[in-house]
Design a protein around this ligand. Structure first.
Ligand code: GBH
Length: 492
């Protein structure tokens, strides 16, 4: 193995030169001319087996909402309710991926991507969430999986990306009932039995925190089913979602092939030390545990923290020891969806040991109001998760940005801002992998523009631009950036 130059080596060499130390001229020249480019190239590389991919979700891209026996989901009802979606869009057609999946697999191939994270629509498989499975329910996913494998792209499946079967919402109140956790486990087992001959990696639930807070709680943004439950019920929903994850892990173990790997994909609260002092770094670790108390901590530790329960007080969820055991069923990997630093953290002398620093109003953002630009999050999120819970395999299951992409006169989409965002975030991801933090792969959100939930078709996250009228896909400049980066397996 060749010697890896570290940043310190480089700084040391440069520093010695700058300090005017006596180096024979010939030698100094050799050092700067031959070593510097090599050092930089090495320093910017990702691990040889790093998995580069893209991500999407079923309701956001598929369309074909009544095809092959699919039942309605809460997103069909919600997006067809007046005034819920910006611009009035819905997912009835979305970006027609159900019909165009072969073309879309070619888009991935053109990037040189080695993996693809997609989600399975529960109500295609079980139209009412439970009971008799739809015999055609997995046909589309089988076609997609086979097409991916034929093109050398590794499928990673997510079982729940927010599209709960409407019947479960109507019958038991959705995640307000543990019947839904159980139904999710059954669905997971059914799917695992049928796809794990070809799909080796499964994410259970996408972003528990997001759809619970915004779908059932009082977030600044609303998601389906658009309920506003009081705090005690909301905490119970939270617990049932964590329980659903655990039941799915157990069902996948029981029904899938033995080599199946399973994990969660969580929008973990990324806690970044405001300034990298040892005390602030420690504070960010404590904050990581506490600010993720409802999901990551209970999933990885099997208990709610004392501070979490004290904070919830009389509103705390009711739960049994047996449920905590199910929730903390061992996972093989942890998926992190990282868009921004949720919190900048400093050390504090109070009992919490950390304090959150408020964002100044001038803090820079991307095209979505919420999307604050903090590239360090892509270092600190995996770093803290690896450190706090000793996690051995991490995927960045989502990262990306909206941008106001408009085709220029030449028809091209010059999304310089997305390229800027990616270059900076990925620099921090490279810092993580070069320090040995076990990040195994990265899934860019998203492959192509799609239905951005309550923002409808007004926010674009794709590497490929989609003309929503004609469904034409066009690579943006960021697609070219990502292709070059994958080809080099290094920052470009
Ligand atoms: C992901 O969520 C989703 O998994 C994906 O489906 C979606 O298309 C993609 O991001 C882009 O949005 O409380 O003011 O911060 C991203 C995380 C967390 C972003 C909740 C929006 C709500 C606004 N989301 N957040 S705010």
């Amino acid at each position: 193995m060749s010697h890896r130059f570290t940043r310190r080596d480089f700084a040391g060499a440069a520093g010695a030169l700058a300090a005017g130390l006596a180096v024979p001229p010939g030698k100094a020249e050799a050092q700067t001319v031959s070593a510097t480019p090599a050092m930089l190239a090495n320093d910017r590389r990702f691990p040889a087996d790093f998995v580069w991919g893209t991500a999407t979700s079923a309701y956001q891209i598929e369309g074909a909402v009544a095809a092959e026996g699919r039942g309605p989901s809460i997103w069909d009802s919600y997006s067809n309710t007046p005034n819920k979606i910006r611009g009035g869009g819905n997912g009835d057609r979305a970006v027609d991926h159900f019909q165009r999946y072969k073309e879309d697999v070619q888009l991935m191939k053109a990037l040189g991507a080695k993996a693809y994270r997609f989600s399975i629509s529960w109500s295609r498989v079980f139209p009412t969430g439970v009971g008799t499975p739809n015999p055609q329910g997995l046909d589309f996913y089988n076609r997609l999986i086979d097409e991916l494998l034929a093109n050398g792209i590794e499928p990673f499946a997510t079982l729940y990306h927010w599209d709960l079967p409407q019947a479960l919402q109507d019958r038991v109140g959705g995640w307000a009932s543990s019947d839904t956790s159980k139904a999710f486990g059954d669905y997971a087992g059914h799917v695992a039995q049928r796809i794990t001959d070809r799909v080796k990696n499964i994410f259970t639930i996408n972003e528990c925190g997001t759809f619970v807070d915004f779908g059932y709680g009082h977030g600044p943004v609303e998601l389906a089913p658009g309920l506003k439950l009081p705090q005690p019920q909301l905490n119970q929903v939270r617990h049932h979602v964590a329980l659903g994850h655990g039941m799915a892990v157990q069902a996948i173990r029981a029904n899938g092939r033995a080599d199946t790997k399973v994990g969660v994909a969580e929008n973990v609260a990324s806690c970044v030390p405001a300034i990298e002092t040892p005390a602030n770094i420690r504070a960010a670790e404590i904050a990581t545990r506490e600010m993720n108390g409802g999901y990551m901590t209970v999933i990885l530790e099997g208990r709610y923290t004392d501070a979490f329960l004290a904070y919830a007080g009389r509103n705390a969820p009711s739960f049994t020891a047996e449920e905590l055991k199910i929730i903390s069923s061992p996972v093989d990997f942890v998926g992190l969806n990282v868009y921004m630093p949720q919190y900048y953290v400093v050390a504090s002398g109070d009992q919490n040991g950390f304090a959150l620093v408020p964002f100044p109003t001038s803090f820079p953002r991307m095209d979505s109001d919420w999307l604050r630009i903090g590239p360090e999050a892509l270092y600190w999120a995996p770093r803290n998760v690896a450190k706090v819970w000793n996690v051995k395999q991490i995927y960045i299951s989502e990262n990306g940005t909206s941008a106001a992409d408009r085709p220029a006169g030449d028809g091209k989409i010059h999304d310089l801002d997305r390229v800027m965002y990616l270059r900076n975030y990925l620099t921090h991801l490279q810092r993580a992998t070069s320090e040995g933090i076990p990040v195994k792969g990265y899934f860019h959100w998203s492959l192509m523009d799609n239905f951005e939930w309550s923002d409808g078709y007004e926010k674009r996250f794709g590497l490929y631009h989609v003309d929503f009228e004609t469904q034409k896909r066009t690579p943006k400049l960021s697609a070219e950036f990502y292709r070059s980066l994958i080809a080099a397996n290094a920052l470009v």
